[in-house]
Design a protein around this ligand. Structure first.
Ligand code: F6R
Length: 361
């Protein structure tokens, strides 16, 4: 049942090229995006996205896509806050709920509140026969297949895939991408399963560095732009299964507090593809290194070269389009959590105190 893997988590990590490919083939056919016609982004003024845990971090990533590519304002909230704050929702607001299980109590309650207040309710779910799927006006499956490991991996990247396709569709409908530009973006997206396979092949390097991480008591994760939510996801995944205290920060926030935590014993993991913000990230890294911090840099070969001396460890990924980077960089984030947990000997698939589906508050 684990297909030759020791744990469901490693099986599910390895499945990502194929399930992301499935989601792509479902939503992009003959070069055209296939989404329900009722989902009309020309009529939408604001998107409110609500979810919990990893699904929330997928929403936070998608905010960058909807705002930067489609120029659509997005609010993102955790369901437990949203439902009790009962935020006013203005006309033109579509509410989008993301959930792997489709049964998370807080997310479902938030959906029921929004039903009376938003123009339209959309859900992005893995389990098609679920409450969050049924109660939405439009429900989009992520097609990840059954996810058994408590720590979500393929669920996250399939959520990202569907949300990115939605953002590209919105950008085209709203006139921010021409048909040609859209086709180019979709071509790039189709390279993702292949790029993910390259990232998966780097697992022995991740394993080696994870053995060193396993003795840490605190680890910081940093990222800028769409890599910021991924830093949060890397920290969440590591906490969940290795029980090492980890925190994710926006790189630019470092000097506003967290840098006080940096010392020789605190590894700092930096997700930094060589994009437009790379120089800024390098200077954040140098601030860490100047205080004796050990930087694990996850980048591409151009980034590794630019980073220069003094970096503790580097993991190299293929070069990738900016918008696609969160999908690719999710793989080492997951592998670090997995291999660190294995090195510590914790129960990877059934971490203490956690349930796969949180159906009570
Ligand atoms: C993290 C994780 C949880 C879930 C969260 C939401 O690895 O698994 O944080 O993401 O409980 O669950 P769903 O997506 O089922 O609503």
């Amino acid at each position: 049942e684990k297909g030759g893997h020791k744990h469901f988590m490693s099986k599910e990590i390895a499945e990502q090229p194929s399930v992301v490919g499935n989601a792509l083939n479902h939503y992009v056919r003959g070069g055209a995006i296939q989404l329900p016609t009722e989902l009309d982004f020309t009529k939408i003024e604001r998107l409110t996205m609500v979810a919990c845990g990893t699904a929330y971090l997928a929403c936070l990533t998608a905010k960058y896509w909807f705002e930067q590519i489609a120029r659509l304002p997005v609010e993102v909230d955790v369901a437990s806050e949203f439902r009790y704050r009962e935020p006013p929702m203005t006309r033109g607001t579509v509410a989008l709920f993301v959930s792997q299980s489709g049964e998370t109590a807080d997310t479902l309650a938030a959906l029921r509140y929004a039903k009376e207040n938003a123009d339209q309710i959309v859900s992005v779910v893995n389990v098609a026969e679920s409450s969050i799927s049924r109660e939405a006006d439009i429900s989009l499956p992520i097609l990840a297949g059954t996810e058994i490991s408590v720590a979500s991996t393929k669920g996250f990247t399939c959520q990202l895939t569907v949300l990115l396709i939605m953002a590209l569709h919105a950008a085209h409908q709203r006139g921010h991408l021409t048909a040609e530009q859209l086709a180019e973006r979709l071509d790039q997206l189709h390279t993702m399963p292949g790029l993910m396979n390259v990232a998966l092949a780097g697992s022995s390097a991740v394993k080696a560095v994870s053995r060193k991480l396993a003795s840490a008591t605190d680890i910081l994760f940093l990222g800028r732009g769409a890599m910021f939510p991924l830093a949060l996801e890397g920290a969440l995944k590591l906490k969940e299964i290795s029980y090492i205290h980890a925190e994710g920060y926006a790189s630019g926030e470092l000097k506003h507090g967290p840098i006080a935590l940096v010392d020789k014993k605190t590894p700092v993991i930096v997700f930094a593809p060589s994009d437009a913000l790379f120089d800024k990230t390098i200077s954040n890294m140098q601030e860490v290194m100047a205080r004796g911090g050990k930087v694990l840099l996850i980048t591409d070969s151009a980034g590794a070269q630019q980073a220069g001396e003094g970096v503790w460890e580097t993991l190299i990924l293929p070069e990738v389009d900016d918008a696609l980077a969160p999908l690719l960089y999710a793989i080492p984030a997951q592998q670090i959590a997995y291999h660190t947990a294995i090195a510590k000997g914790t129960d990877v698939d059934q971490p203490r105190n956690l349930a796969k589906s949180v159906t009570v508050e």
